[in-house]
Design a protein around this ligand. Structure first.
Ligand code: ADP
Ligand code: MG
Length: 322
């Protein structure tokens, strides 16, 4: 099955962000998302053309929100869709869009490269402290009566959101294991472009018999992609998002765009707490820190259109161990 000698290979995990599927709130249709995915897929195809083997992780927050909303609106007639199944559905749909776009780009480039999506479960620790503090809002706003009914009948955690209504909240535990890792590795070793850990993976826990069970939680996609990169010993972890570079003192008069950070600098900036916004850039920096601490060589944060230039060292923020 092996395509190239193992040590000749350059394997990268590319984590693609929300802007690779939804450009703005007027472009959210399936067709718009397909076209947006096509643009990012083009830049990844060029990267692959230049010799990289790539595993792709992606976000799914808005897409899960759409499925939940449809599910809620249709519940007088059809069963609702559990959160972990929304995760599986979006992995399939987003994977399809990336697979077809990559296929077509490869055809245009005259290269042959198979692409496959792996519906991926990611294990979390049932004792993760996040389960004591469900904080990630999911689904639509509800009135108080509906929220309390679902709390008692379905065991939901619900919170009142600053006067705007009630929402369900779920935990966001850390990923501990990519369940389909061996399959993903086999595919990469066989030269297949793999789309995996979509939306951070479908969160599962192991019961006392070792059996897996899906749970209502969400895993940060940058954390899951970092775990994947460590687990497959990728030489590069590339985070594609909406900015060309990372800034320190972001959003202040002292804002400074950074070309290169060492692991030690990244840790210091993250600890200082003022540079990277919580919930957007901070988890990416944390994901990069874990990757480098576990033996990763280099991480890059940039936007899709600058992937080639960033790989050539011309832009992007590069984070390395030293
Ligand atoms: P994604 O969907 O790719 O995860 P996020 O919105 O979660 O995207 O995170 C990327 C965003 O983080 C950028 O578009 C930018 O607005 C924001 N951001 C926060 N802090 C910084 C920083 N220090 N440097 C650059 N961008 C930052
Ligand atoms: Mg994000």
């Amino acid at each position: 099955m092996t395509e190239k000698k193992q040590d000749d290979r350059r394997v990268a995990v590319v984590a693609i962000g929300g802007n690779s599927l939804i450009k703005d709130k007027n472009h959210r249709s399936v067709e718009d998302q397909y076209n947006a995915a096509g643009e990012t897929a083009y830049h990844i195809a060029r990267m692959i053309e230049s010799g990289w083997d790539v595993a792709i992780g992606h976000g799914n927050g808005p897409q899960v929100g759409f499925i939940l909303r449809r599910s809620e609106l249709a519940r007088h007639e059809l069963h609702e869709v559990p959160l972990e199944v929304c995760g599986a559905d979006t992995q399939g749909a987003i994977g399809y869009s990336l697979q077809q776009n990559l296929y077509n780009h490869f055809l245009n480039m005259g290269i042959r490269k198979p692409v496959a999506t792996v519906v991926t479960q990611v294990e979390v620790d049932a004792n993760d402290p996040a389960f004591q503090n469900p904080s990630k809002p999911i689904g639509s706003f509800m009135d108080e009566a509906d929220a309390l009914r679902r709390q008692s009948e379905e065991g939901w955690d619900v919170v009142e959101d600053a006067g705007r209504g009630w929402r369900r909240v779920v935990p966001s535990p850390l990923p501990t294991r990519v369940v389909e890792l061996d399959a993903v590795k086999e595919l990469i070793d066989a030269g297949v472009v793999v789309i995996t850990v979509g939306g951070g993976g479908i969160p599962v826990v192991t019961d006392e018999r070792g059996h897996l069970q899906g749970i209502a939680a969400v895993i940060d996609k940058d954390f899951a992609s970092s775990l994947l990169a460590t687990s497959i010993k990728a030489s590069l972890f590339l985070i594609s998002t909406a900015v060309e570079k990372v800034a320190i003192n972001y959003g202040t008069p002292d804002e400074k765009w950074v070309d290169h950070m060492t692991l030690a600098e990244a840790k210091r900036y993250l600890e200082e707490g003022i540079h990277f916004k919580k919930g957007s850039m901070a988890p990416k920096i944390q994901a990069v820190i874990w990757f480098l601490e576990q033996g990763g060589q280099e991480a890059i944060i940039t936007n899709p259109e600058n992937i080639a230039r960033a790989l050539a060292g011309e832009t992007g923020t590069h984070i390395t161990r030293n």
